[in-house]
Ligand binder design. Structure first.
Ligand code: MG
Length: 358
């Protein structure tokens, strides 16, 4: 705790204050002032200036804050794909995106860890169905693991831990802040990703705070693991940064004005690429005579095996990857057949070409 003279970042969201700093390589929410600074320390950096968001009106969404990453501005789905990375069949119309029954979840191309997420959603009218069958969708953090339920909960009784703004199956909302279907509603979510050690053991659970239409409905709750129907599954290790996804539960729920602010230490952009694309890169590459780099894929992530050391690779673009344990960068160059023809290997400086062994 003596090496904490790092820029802390503070997010004030109505009644909530979350301070995040680095302990080792773990971002944690603080419950006490950072001891690296005196009270009223004049050397302490000023918080960055951010132009706040403007409120949304029924007929048009407000403007995101100046430091937000805009995930949907009403125009296109360039930030969204199906879960397998292929184009989604959700539609864009009149400034909103709408779930198409049977098209599957949509997820962001980009990955996010700790973040503040703003989402506006609208349940369909006329309301049809009841209980879980009315205006059901969901906002997922951690890819498809931790769901803040989206449901038309206006005069629609269902099990409490499945109503709007619940952490599905685990935490009912503190209040029912629902508006009638057909009206735009807001979620403001603060997500702290769970942390796992190198062996995959849980260090700290995820945490979620949710404001529904400006009212606090989840106060820094800790999911017991992934949210799911019928069971409360235990945590399973996953990368800190994962896509955000929206659920297709068969109802034409609409979304607009989606933006996110990353919290904590900034890092490189991370993408979750389609497995079909990653498979074009797997194989053996020869950096120098008998100096082999093996690129493998496990689930949705590539790794590089070099001199007996395995590096997990993170995508920063469709062709560029990096490691987090060493300043290793790899860029793949596609050949005429779409498979990688060579890669460029760089550790700290320079770049060495390594043709693919066919
Ligand atoms: Mg749902």
């Amino acid at each position: 705790m003596t090496t904490l003279r790092l820029p802390a970042r503070q997010t004030c969201l109505a009644a909530l204050t979350v301070t995040i700093w680095t302990v080792g390589n773990i971002m944690v929410a603080a419950t006490a002032p950072d001891p690296a600074w005196l009270a009223h320390d004049r050397e302490r950096p000023a918080p960055p200036m951010v132009i706040p968001p403007t409120p949304s009106l029924p007929e048009r969404p407000g403007r995101p804050p100046s430091d937000a990453i805009v995930l949907f501005n009403g125009a296109d789905l360039s930030q969204w794909v199906s879960m397998d990375g292929s184009p989604t069949r959700w539609i864009v119309r009149d400034g909103y995106m709408e779930c198409v029954k049977g098209s599957g979840y949509v997820r962001t191309l980009r990955n996010f860890g700790d973040c503040q997420l703003h989402v506006e959603w609208c349940a369909p009218i006329p309301a049809s169905g009841d209980g879980q069958g009315r205006g059901n969708s969901g906002v997922f953090l951690g890819l498809n693991r931790y769901e803040v339920q989206v449901l038309d909960s206006h005069q629609n009784r269902t099990y409490s831990d499945g109503s709007a703004s619940s952490v599905y199956g685990q935490y009912p909302p503190l209040v029912n802040a629902s508006l009638p279907p057909g009206q735009w509603q807001t979620y403001d979510i603060v997500y702290v990703a769970p942390r796992f050690d190198a062996a995959g053991r849980l260090l700290t659970p995820a945490r979620l705070t949710v404001f529904h239409n400006g009212l606090l409905t989840q106060n820094n709750v800790e999911p017991t693991g992934p949210t799911s129907w019928l069971e409360r599954a235990p945590y399973q290790a996953h990368p800190e940064k994962q896509p955000i996804s929206l659920q297709d539960h068969g109802n034409p729920v609409r979304y607009r004005n989606i933006w996110v602010r990353e919290l904590g230490k900034p890092g490189k952009t991370e993408l979750t690429l389609a497995v079909a694309l990653l498979d074009r890169y797997t194989g053996r590459y020869e950096r120098e005579k008998d100096d082999i780099i093996e690129i493998e894929r496990e689930d949705g992530q590539l790794s590089a095996l070099f001199h007996g050391v395995k590096f997990r690779l993170f995508a920063e673009s469709p062709t560029r990857f990096f490691a987090k344990t060493t300043d290793l960068q790899i860029e793949f160059k596609p050949g005429a057949d779409g498979l990688a023809d060579r890669l460029f290997w760089s550790v700290g400086e320079g770049a060495t070409p390594a043709p693919r062994l066919r």
